[in-house]
Design a protein around this ligand. Structure first.
Ligand SMILES: *[C@@H]1O[C@H](CO)[C@@H](O)[C@H](O)[C@H]1NC(C)=O
Ligand SMILES: *[C@@H]1O[C@H](CO)[C@@H](O)[C@H](O)[C@H]1NC(C)=O
Ligand SMILES: *[C@@H]1O[C@H](CO)[C@@H](O)[C@H](O)[C@H]1NC(C)=O
Ligand SMILES: *[C@@H]1O[C@H](CO)[C@@H](O)[C@H](O)[C@H]1NC(C)=O
Length: 462
């Protein structure tokens, strides 16, 4: 009160030009009223700042579309099945794995739709062993791509003139694009016309095969889907002059594996599977907490269903369900997932989240944008040694991603456990312009996929 009193007297002195006027007590009231009005929000702000901290505003690089937005369907689906009861209890019977001489590096490539997209002539023909073209549709029981896709595909096939070992496959379906599959697999006649349409596509475009990415067959469709694969294999065997590869992009969570696939039959019919071992943790209303996009292993404190949401569990689940290890191609992401924290001081794993972060697009962020975000805000990521994956946060923003360090661990895991190789989603979200300075010495194009390639190349020298 003394202070207010003095200030008040001082003000009065100034206003009256030094003449103290005892009669003017109106100023007093105004100041008290102002103080009463200002104090609560001021106190609130001080307490808020003590509890939650004061955060600098972050710089967000412009939103790009290098992670096709449709991936959101799979991420939501993966994360909505986590409530189902935990029941798997397979035994790990260690057998001597086949020696894998060469590792596959299967890269998905989303065909360009604008001048800003990754163009065919920006690809390195020697980076990947297989390029899977995303995506054809199933229309009227036939495989179908539109004219602009045809144009890009023809250019892409020309890369085989440079690297004759490069394989190019047309991938059919994709997340959120299962239209056409249910009708096509439903009877023998429809399946037959689909297989014939694929055969003429393979011949006409001089590609090396087809990758079926139906997300996902249900319990009833599983049998017909398996029949489709069997009929494909018979058709390929009957026409030895035009052999082509048959692969399937498959789910990672064991609940979907159990309901969608007859694994040991698939093992006989497909050349290999592309395991979509990412999107394990993603913001949804049912899973409003942070988590790693593609953890290699579970962490110690993850129990029950949570201990199954990692690459190692999924890969061995597929193997123990009947798929040979050399046919399991393990999916690795070049994109990250963003979250908005509920409380910036609670910023570890499984911290409460209120939604997607501001970075990227609907919770998906490509690597160049992420790299720029970390650099311009001087954020140092934390590397989680249990999950073998990094994450980063600042203020309300929380992001899980992969960098050269995590991908080196994951590629070494694939090599040391003798799986068939790595699949990458996708070429488009790696740093294809070489803008990121923090990876691989900085400034190299495709730094993430190159890291995987280098691990496999070293493995082959053994
Ligand atoms: C699919 O079949 C329907 C009916 O036969 C036909 O009207 C339609 O044009 C066909 N669509 C395509 C893309 O061929
Ligand atoms: C062709 O299909 C792609 C992928 O579905 C789509 O993005 C593109 O707009 C289509 N182009 C034309 C000319 O229809
Ligand atoms: C990897 O998975 C196998 C099979 O589920 C399990 O036995 C093994 O302990 C896991 N490895 C690690 C490091 O968690
Ligand atoms: C797991 O993979 C190994 C190596 O490919 C294979 O020998 C074994 O049969 C697979 N396990 C099952 C249950 O199929």
């Amino acid at each position: 009160m003394m202070l207010t009193d003095d200030v008040c007297r001082y003000r009065v002195l100034i206003q009256t030009g030094g003449r103290m006027d005892k009669g003017r007590s109106v100023d007093w009231k105004v100041i008290v009223i102002l103080a009463v009005l200002i104090t609560p929000p001021l106190l609130f702000y001080i307490i808020y700042a003590i509890v939650f901290g004061i955060y600098p505003s972050l710089k967000y690089p412009g939103v790009t579309m290098n992670v096709p937005e449709q991936s959101i369907n799979r991420a939501v689906l993966y994360n909505s099945i986590q409530n189902s009861s935990f029941k798997t209890n397979f035994q790990l019977k260690e057998r001597k794995a086949n020696y894998v001489k060469t590792y596959k590096l299967v890269c998905y490539y989303s065909l360009p739709t604008t001048a800003d997209s990754l163009q065919v002539d920006e690809l390195d023909p020697y980076l990947c062993t297989h390029i899977n073209v995303a995506f054809a549709k199933v229309v009227n029981n036939s495989i179908l791509i539109n004219d602009s896709q045809k144009e890009s595909l023809e250019k892409l096939v020309n890369l085989k003139n440079i690297n004759k070992d490069l394989k190019i496959l047309m991938s059919v379906g994709g997340s959120g694009n299962d239209v056409g599959f249910p009708e096509m697999i439903s009877n023998h006649k429809n399946r037959k016309s689909f297989i014939q349409s694929v055969r003429s596509y393979v011949k006409n475009f001089k590609i090396d095969g087809v990758d079926l990415d139906w997300e996902f067959p249900n319990e009833h469709q599983k049998v017909h889907f398996t029949q489709l694969l069997e009929e494909f294999r018979k058709s390929i065997n009957r026409n030895p002059n035009y052999p082509y590869l048959l692969t399937v992009a498959v789910a990672a969570p064991y609940t979907i594996v159990d309901s969608s696939y007859a694994v040991s039959y698939m093992n006989e019919f497909v050349d290999f599977i592309n395991l979509m071992s990412y999107d394990y943790h993603f913001y949804t209303r049912e899973t409003p907490f942070t988590g790693i996009n593609s953890p290699l292993y579970a962490s110690d404190n993850e129990k029950f269903i949570f201990s199954t949401l990692n690459v190692n569990f999924s890969a061995y689940y597929w193997n123990h369900s009947g798929m040979e290890r050399s046919k399991i191609i393990i999916g690795l992401p070049t994109y990250g997932h963003t979250f908005r924290l509920a409380n910036p001081n609670n910023n570890g794993m499984y911290a409460p989240a209120l939604g997607y972060g501001e970075l990227g697009n609907s919770g998906f962020v490509d690597f160049p944008q992420l790299c720029q975000f970390l650099a311009s805000n001087q954020i140092t990521p934390i590397f989680d040694m249990e999950n073998k994956s990094p994450y980063a946060f600042k203020g309300y923003e929380w992001v899980s991603f992969d960098n050269s360090q995590s991908l080196r661990y994951k590629a070494e895991y694939i090599r040391d456990n003798r799986f068939g190789g790595a699949m990458v989603w996708c070429l488009n979200s790696d740093d294809y312009k070489g803008l990121c300075q923090s990876e691989n010495g900085g400034g190299k194009r495709f730094p993430l996929i190159s890291t995987i390639k280098n691990v496999f190349a070293n493995g082959n020298q053994l």
